[in-house]
Design a protein around this ligand. Structure first.
Ligand code: CP
Ligand code: NVA
Length: 308
């Protein structure tokens, strides 16, 4: 059994549960796992994981189930509201008796934190209203695979200051990247997350910018990232958002303003004709399916660091 680094917090409820050093270790371990999956074939033998999903998922649900199985463990999945029949604190204290880890996708970050407060086993955030930390891990790994190193890269995020943007900025600034978000007025990242990211950027000498001009954001960017204009849970605002976000569509013209070697990134699912178009997502610049593949490998590394 190979020697494995550990995550001191024993949880991943948001990005900063993993220190910068642990984040780098996780990216290194991901490379090992991806290169040589057989070496880790039985690392989680007799380990069981409970997946609690309040919202739909293709990538996150399937890659967690597959990651656990390919590491020799097992998964049980429950979809639907977590705390409909009993409080989350009771769910946590049932599940901890049967399994070794909870992976939860929730409407509210509070539910993730409540599960983590009461469960004696690690809780992993599989997306909440505030964060999508597992996505950011795969994205950082994808960028490192493509460019060799992350330090000094510029990542431009064009669109909603949402959960995906929050997690990306918290990781990017810790890894020495420049992060610039272009969003419409009123759709900026949450104040608390922005302040947190700013403090981290100042400490580490990284750059963090916000603009309302997508052209300014993508200038000199190594990667242009976008996400849906209407996240799960905000469907009632979809019509208004379609109008407000129209100038923020990632088009071939916008991509042409980034570096010639720039990649296009999207966490998926994408709404073609809204935040981007076929000519971009299907272009050679697009790494969206590399990102999706890497969800599997980074989540294996995460599970290994939390459970083995
Ligand atoms: N990117 C992502 O989390 O996809 P799913 O919603 O399909 O899990
Ligand atoms: N921001 C999107 C991401 C989906 C993976 C949402 O929360 O719906």
């Amino acid at each position: 059994m190979p020697e494995l680094p550990r995550i001191a917090a024993r949880r991943f409820t948001w990005d900063l549960d993993v220190s910068t050093e642990e984040l780098l270790q996780l990216l290194d371990l991901t490379a090992r796992v991806k290169r040589n999956p057989q070496q880790f074939r039985w690392s989680l033998a007799d380990r069981y994981v409970t997946l609690l999903f309040e919202k739909p998922s293709l990538r996150t649900l399937l890659t967690f189930e597959l990651a656990i199985r390919q590491l020799g463990g097992g998964a049980v999945t429950m979809t639907g509201p977590i705390a409909a029949r009993e409080p989350a604190k009771d769910v946590a204290r049932n599940v901890e008796r049967w399994t070794h880890c909870i992976v939860a996708r929730t409407f509210s970050q509070d539910t993730i934190e409540e599960l983590a407060r009461w469960a004696s086993i690690p809780v992993i955030n599989a997306l909440s209203d505030l964060y999508h930390p597992c996505q950011a891990l795969a994205d950082m790994f994808t960028l490192r695979e493509r460019f060799g190193e992350l330090n000094g890269l510029k990542l431009a995020f064009v669109g909603d200051g949402n959960n995906v943007a929050h997690s990306l900025m918290l990781d990017a600034v810790r890894l020495g990247m420049e992060f610039c978000i272009a969003c419409p007025p009123g759709y900026e990242p949450k104040r608390q997350v922005w302040d947190q990211a700013n403090a981290l950027a100042r400490t580490g000498g990284a750059q963090l910018h916000l603009t309302h001009d997508p052209r300014e954001a993508v200038r000199g960017a190594h990667a242009v990232y976008t996400d849906v204009w209407t996240s799960m849970g905000f469907e009632g605002e979809a019509d208004k958002r379609r109008r407000v976000f129209q100038p923020y569509q990632v088009t071939p013209e916008l991509m042409a303003r980034a570096r010639p070697e720039a990649v296009f990134m999207h966490c998926l699912p994408a709404r073609r004709g809204e935040e981007t178009v076929d000519e971009v997502i299907e272009s050679p610049q697009s790494v969206v399916f590399e990102q999706a593949e890497n969800r599997l490998h980074t989540q294996k590394a995460l599970l290994l660091m939390l459970l083995s």
